[in-house]
Write a protein that binds this ligand. Structure first.
Ligand SMILES: *[C@@H]1O[C@H](CO)[C@@H](O)[C@H](O)[C@H]1NC(C)=O
Ligand SMILES: *[C@@H]1O[C@H](CO)[C@@H](O)[C@H](O)[C@H]1NC(C)=O
Ligand SMILES: *[C@@H]1O[C@H](CO)[C@@H](O)[C@H](O)[C@H]1NC(C)=O
Ligand SMILES: *[C@@H]1O[C@H](CO)[C@@H](O)[C@H](O)[C@H]1NC(C)=O
Ligand SMILES: *[C@@H]1O[C@H](CO)[C@@H](O)[C@H](O)[C@H]1NC(C)=O
Ligand SMILES: *[C@@H]1O[C@H](CO)[C@@H](O)[C@H](O)[C@H]1NC(C)=O
Length: 711
């Protein structure tokens, strides 16, 4: 039987005998805060013993004897509100302490950015993550792409089959974006196991949790998104959760009992939700709600919001608001649940006080991209009452990929301690001296998840929504290089369609080559005087965003194998310590230029090695932003060159950084251009004319002589 993890299946029709009065409220914004300005707070009472609303002086109610009334408050702060019930009633209604904010603004707006499972992924790849898991006793399936009903056979794919001696109890997506897990029981073992795999790897890792006696099924589980895997497992009465890759297990408790059922009048756990700020709500079948900040293990009960007999499910909408879906009169009603207000109202007592006053940080992007040699600086600040021993921790899942250095700025004033921790996150592998098997390392990318939290939290603490960010170590999306067009150099488009390269300047053939210029991929041609030297300057871009000028070493090669361009510096002039790499030395084995030379086999000539000194009077064929090494062109004819450019510094980027630029030289007259071909003709022509002249002279003299003889 397939058990789909879809919200609607949660809706169970449970009926209870007792019906008590309940009351709730809402406002139009339905956000965390209620504002004093013009905001109507709608009060509603469900039940039969209502008399009137009891409310403070600072507020007004349109009709206090109506169970559906509207309230306005003119004064900020906590406002105690409750319904007064008739004397006959044995119910005692709970008082709510609604916190009304003093707000300057009369309207609020927000943008909704959908937090999809794929949204935080690197586009970490052309890899689509699954969004649905389904399982049978021995098989696990995933589904991802939009469901195409015509070919729905391919929607789900089998990702795990286990032997008959084992049973899949439940499955869930993991703490990390690409991971998924199945809870498995083996018939011959008393231990429960979790099988975990990364979707892009497909390798299943097994780890045992605890014996079947600790908690008995049927089980449900949920991984809390975290840097270190955090798992929550529960049956109908008890919840257990793990910390830090299962190194620590705790029961979620109410008072001193670990059994939620007892505290909820015998009702069972229906389901639970947890938002990005670690607010966790456990909903019982009779609609009793328990709350805790995940990580503290003490749950506490929130005021009743719904009739115990009603079918209700909770879900988080895309704005991270908790929403209630209620079945009423055979139709579904959607209603926001003001969790923050309810927590605030219920936790006014001192017992719940938070160990800190404020916690802020600037780790606010879901993904940070870190290329070679780059880093990210983050800070996190915590403010607390003097003497509370509290700090900030940055946890992460892969220690070896990134380096972190920390520095702390501490300040104490007016009995308040302020700790500002700065984290420098960087990647410092040295890719320069990699040996032959370096290709893998050189290109390998990785994702590290990091999480920022105070060292202690309590139920009343507020946490920023961004707690986790993923650090993608690799080539950032759309990163590329561009050759800058020098300002005074004209760059022309569509001035010709084709041109011919004479065979004697080609390195790979002696036949003339007709080139059809591809304006779309080669771009404009830079018009350069034939006597001028030229060195391309390069800039790094992420999409359309300029990143920085590139100072790394690069090489060029002519796209059509022209060899009539030169470098004006020699290896000696640039101070090489030994003979540098050249196209000639790299192009052995008849490799194509694209593969022959690059970051994977680049060796600097400025590093002292035991290599032989060699001939340092050869041209140096590597350029960079600061080098005195320039390209020079043929001085015999105007020519068109299409250059490919590639960065060869292995330490520079994970990306394959290449560009194309084209040069058209000018300044040589047509006659001068002819000379190389026809130079040898001129002495020949002169000789020929001279010969003709001599022949003519000779024949005329001869004819004269003949004439004279005849006479
Ligand atoms: C106030 O509410 C009560 C109960 O719903 C209703 O009977 C009464 O007519 C209302 N008064 C006004 C002025 O609307
Ligand atoms: C914390 O320190 C960093 C620099 O170390 C600074 O840029 C940041 O603004 C500080 N944070 C706060 C809230 O002052
Ligand atoms: C390569 O880059 C790393 C990281 O920036 C740096 O630590 C290392 O010194 C660099 N190597 C060389 C030879 O410049
Ligand atoms: C080359 O381009 C010229 C016009 O620029 C055109 O007249 C000629 O036919 C083209 N040659 C070929 C072989 O297409
Ligand atoms: C190469 O040409 C550039 C630009 O003309 C010049 O600045 C540089 O000094 C030349 N390099 C050498 C080694 O002559
Ligand atoms: C740039 O090239 C010059 C030699 O032309 C060299 O001395 C310098 O170290 C190179 N710069 C970089 C960043 O490699």
């Amino acid at each position: 039987m397939l058990r789909f993890g879809v919200v609607l299946t949660y809706i169970l029709l449970i009926y209870f005998q007792t019906v008590v009065g309940i009351w709730r409220y809402k406002n139009i914004l339905e956000e965390k805060e209620l504002f004093i300005v013009d905001r109507n707070i709608f009060l509603e009472y469900e039940g039969s013993s209502f008399l009137e609303w009891q409310y403070p002086e600072g507020c007004d109610v349109n009709n206090k004897s109506s169970p559906h009334a509207v309230m306005w408050c003119k004064a900020p702060g906590f406002q105690a509100v409750k319904p007064l019930l008739s004397d006959m009633s044995t119910d005692k209604e709970e008082e709510r302490h609604l916190y009304i904010c003093d707000s300057f603004f009369r309207l609020a707006w927000y943008a909704v950015i959908p937090l999809l499972r794929n949204a935080s992924e690197h586009d970490s790849q052309e890899f689509e993550l699954a969004t649905v898991l389904a399982w049978t006793d021995h098989e696990l399936y995933k589904g991802g792409k939009a469901l195409d009903w015509k070919t729905n056979s391919s929607y789900m794919s089998n990702i795990l089959s286990i032997p008959k001696t084992a049973t899949i109890l439940t499955a869930a997506f993991g703490s990390h974006p690409a991971s998924l897990s199945a809870l498995v029981m083996y018939t011959d073992s008393v231990q429960l196991s979790v099988l975990t795999s990364y979707e892009n790897e497909g390798v299943w890792k097994n780890r045992t949790l605890w014996s079947k006696n600790v908690l008995q099924g049927p089980f449900q589980m949920l991984f809390v998104s975290a840097a270190l895997e955090t798992l929550l497992v529960w049956n109908k009465d008890t919840m257990l959760y793990s910390f830090h890759n299962d190194s620590e297990w705790r029961y979620l408790q109410i008072m001193d009992s670990s059994n939620l059922s007892q505290e909820a009048g015998g009702s069972h756990i229906h389901h639970m939700i947890i938002d990005h700020s670690l607010n966790m709500l456990v909903k019982m079948e009779n609609n009793i709600l328990f709350f805790c900040k995940f990580g503290t293990n003490k749950l506490f009960r929130l005021p009743t919001w719904n009739d115990p007999g009603r079918s209700v499910v909770l879900y988080l909408n895309q704005k991270e608001q908790i929403t209630m879906l209620t079945m009423l009169d055979r139709s579904l009603h959607v209603q926001k649940y003001p969790l923050q207000m309810e927590i605030r109202s219920a936790m006014r007592e001192e017992v719940h006080s938070c160990p800190y006053i404020g916690f802020t940080h600037n780790m606010n992007r879901p993904v940070y991209y870190i290329d070679k040699g780059e880093g990210v600086e983050l800070w996190a600040q915590i403010v607390n009452h003097e003497g509370e021993n509290i700090n900030v921790t940055l946890s992460r899942n892969k220690d070896h990929v990134l380096h972190i250095t920390e520095s702390t700025h501490f300040e104490s004033a007016h009995h308040l301690d302020t700790t500002n921790k700065t984290f420098n996150i960087y990647q410092d592998a040295d890719y320069r001296d990699m040996t032959n098997n370096s290709d893998l390392i050189w290109n390998s990318s990785d994702i590290v998840s990091m999480e920022l939290l105070p060292t202690q939290i309590a139920n009343s603490c507020s946490l920023p929504k961004n707690r986790i960010s993923h650090f993608f170590v690799g080539c950032p999306p759309n990163r590329h290089i561009r050759v800058i067009k020098p300002q005074r150099t004209p760059c022309q488009m569509h001035t010709f369609d084709n041109y011919t390269i004479p065979g004697f300047v080609l390195s790979n053939s002696s036949k003339d080559l007709l080139v059809f210029y591809d304006w779309k991929s080669f771009g404009c041609v830079l018009r350069i005087h034939y006597k001028d030297e030229f060195r391309p300057d390069i800039e790094l871009y992420d999409g359309e965003a300029f990143v920085r000028s590139v100072d790394a070493n690069f090489i060029v090669w002519e796209n059509f194998n022209r060899k009539d361009y030169y470098f004006n510096a020699t290896m000696r002039q640039v101070a090489c310590l030994h003979e540098a790499q050249t196209w000639k030395s790299m192009l052995v084995d008849e490799k194509r230029p694209e593969e022959a030379w690059g970051p994977h086999n680049y060796r600097s000539c400025f590093v002292d090695t035991t290599e032989k000194l060699g001939n340092l009077d050869q041209p140096y064929e590597i350029m960079n932003r600061s080098s005195k090494n320039y390209l020079s062109f043929s001085e015999e004819y105007n020519a068109i060159y299409v250059f490919n450019l590639k960065i060869v510094d292995p330490n520079y980027s994970f990306c394959n950084l290449r560009a194309v630029f084209a040069v058209q030289t000018y300044g040589i007259s047509m006659v001068d251009q002819l000379s190389p071909h026809y130079q040898f003709l001129i002495p020949f022509l002169i000789s020929l004319i001279l010969l003709c002249f001599l022949f003519y002279r000779y024949t005329s003299i001869f004819r004269d002589m003949l004439q004279k003889k005849c006479l």
